[in-house]
Design a protein around this ligand. Sequence first.
Ligand SMILES: [Zn+2]
Length: 54
Amino acid sequence: MALCTECEAEIVLDASTEIGEIIQCPDCGLDLEVLSVQPPELAPAPEEEEDWGE
Ligand SMILES: [Zn+2]
């Protein structure tokens, strides 16, 4: 089980979840990238339309 980085909702990772997969928080709808499966670790997925140039 992992926690949403935005709203801290508990998210259960499916057994078939793989690192790099994007899952959506059922609570706030935020896209989360799976950084690690064991232990579960999530990070906000980068928005593809966003330009990283800063
Ligand atoms: Zn959330």
